[in-house]
Design a protein around this ligand. Structure first.
Ligand code: ADP
Ligand code: MG
Length: 499
């Protein structure tokens, strides 16, 4: 019995010991699991960081490729991924434009209607007012008529509110500059056909149509008396608006929902231009650089997947790496990967994280700029946008790191693009540096300080100290609207000296 008791006691002790060992093993396993998960997540982050690398030598290759493509695009239609579209703007504003003009800016997320009063020589912009509306998502994939009717209606309302003092003189029709920021094959200063949509638009019956004719018909349907005097895009508008206030502006870059660039080219350097050479000898070229691509671009699996699932697969690759519509989405895809493969946000993958485009670039930017010691903005955004709660500081730091990787790559590539344009213009290697101003605009450039700072620093680094002092990057606030009004003025039917 005693013996038996002893056996039981021994057995119990053994079981007890086994249980202790078992619990300990579980804890260790758990710890190993979580450290294994962490290691796996870090490996994914590290690989992403490496694939996104943009050392200067690579950026210079990107810049050179941009220059080469510019030449090819100017040489012949279809000669390059860069369309290098002729804008028919051979005369940028001089400062003597006069009268009341309208502008309509349709480019992506929002659209705006403006009324601008120009004071003629030395008068400057006497008055400007605008109203802004977002484009209802349904209209981005509907019919051409629906989109243009919506725009025309907003314009009709805005015109109806025109104060008496802005009325046109008798016998004169109101004139409008239309900023339409999609690839358009221009046929004159105020006509051109839509080549294709970008930035999430897909209205198939508009492709191949004359954009001005479509707008004019809609204006008629809505009873707006208005002549479309100039058809431009945001880059051309920004160039014109920038030049109005600073004669050294020769390049413009948009970094907003999408991205694009324009610059002043010597007309003789455009082999595909068959018209009479403009008196000024110059022509503004709309590069459509969003469609640039090159083997030197550091593309990752996330970029490929986003591209394949996009409305325009294979197109706008440069835009998809650099612009506001896509940066947040790239970040989301990397976060999803570490959630799925390394349980970064717990055993279950957060459902919201699976939704494309749910994480917008402004949210990403807010997280990136979080200066609080516990990264509480990051925590809050993860919670509000993705319904991920209770993130540790360590994890929030990884999120910020990912913001930085995505943004630095985009900003540095954009800087390389600018260098490519400066090279084409011969401005990167002048013995006597000429002051050149690059007018920049767009919500991404304007609001994402880390992006903007990185772009400016990189450009300085790439062109070198000596040249950097003569190349000035300037924020040209809202040039795309004002610029269109200015171009409407300089292409008005009622110019006194019109021959
Ligand atoms: P669009 O390009 O549509 O004409 P904007 O130039 O105003 O319009 O740019 C809007 C885009 O800018 C948004 O889609 C967004 O990607 C980006 N953006 C706006 N605000 C911010 C912000 N605070 N931080 C980062 N990006 C922003
Ligand atoms: Mg815009």
């Amino acid at each position: 019995m005693k013996e038996g008791m002893g056996k039981v006691a021994v057995a119990a002790a053994v079981i007890g010991a086994a249980a202790v060992v078992g619990v300990a093993a579980l804890v260790v396993r758990q710890r190993m699991k979580s450290s294994g998960r962490w290691a796996r997540a870090m490996a994914i982050v590290k690989e992403f960081e490496e694939k996104c690398g943009t050392p200067d030598i690579k950026l210079k290759q990107v810049a050179d490729a941009m220059t080469v493509e510019m030449h090819a695009g100017l040489a012949s239609e279809g000669g390059s991924k860069l369309k290098m579209l002729i804008s028919y703007v051979d005369n940028l504003p001089k400062g003597d434009e006069e009268g009341v003009f309208y502008a309509l800016d349709l480019g992506g997320t929002n659209f705006r209607v403006l009324r601008v009063q120009l004071g003629g020589k030395a008068g400057g912009i006497v008055h400007q007012e605008f109203t802004e509306a977002s484009i209802p998502p349904a209209l981005m994939g509907g019919t051409s008529d629906a989109l243009f009717d919506y725009i025309a209606e907003k314009l009709a309302k805005f015109v109806a509110e025109e104060e008496q003092k802005f009325h046109q003189p008798p016998g004169r029709q109101r004139e409008l500059g239309f900023t339409f920021s999609f690839p358009v094959m221009q046929t004159s200063i105020n006509s051109g056909t839509l080549i294709r949509w970008t930035k999430g638009f897909s209205i198939s019956d508009a492709v191949g149509q004359d954009v001005v004719a479509e707008l004019t018909k809609a204006l008629q349907r809505k009873g707006v008396e208005m002549r479309v005097a100039a058809l431009v895009n945001d880059t051309i508008g920004t160039l014109a608006g920038g030049r109005y206030t600073n004669k050294d502006v020769a390049v413009s870059i948009i970094l907003g929902t999408g991205t694009n660039a324009a610059y002043v080219e010597r007309a003789q350097a455009i082999p595909k231009w068959h018209g009479p050479l403009p008196k000024t000898g110059e022509m503004v070229i709309n590069m459509e650089w969003g469609n640039f691509r090159s083997l030197h671009l550091p593309l990752t699996e996330y970029d490929h997947a986003m591209d394949v699932e996009s409305l325009n697969p294979g197109e706008q690759i440069f835009e998809k790496m650099t612009s506001g519509m896509y940066l947040g989405e790239i970040l989301r895809r990397v976060l999803l990967k570490i959630a799925e493969e390394a349980a970064f946000f717990g055993d279950e993958v957060p459902a919201k994280l699976k939704i494309s485009f749910i994480l917008r670039t402004p949210d990403m930017s807010a997280m990136h700029h979080d200066t609080s010691s516990d990264l509480r903005v990051v925590g809050q955004k993860l919670k509000d946008v993705l319904e991920i709660s209770n993130t540790s500081l360590k994890k929030r730091r990884i999120v910020v790191k990912l913001c930085n990787i995505v943004t630095a790559r985009g900003a540095r590539l954009a800087a390389a693009g600018v260098l490519g344009v400066l090279k084409k213009m011969g401005l990167d290697s002048l013995k006597e540096p000429e002051k050149t101003v690059v007018a920049m605009d767009g919500g991404l450039f304007e609001h994402y300080a880390e992006y903007r700072g990185c772009l400016e620093n990189t450009l300085r680094e790439l062109v070198g100290e000596e040249t950097a002092s003569s190349i000035v990057v300037e924020h040209s606030n809202d040039g795309s609207g004002i610029g269109a009004a200015l171009l409407a003025a300089s292409h008005s039917l009622y110019l006194k000296d019109k021959s």
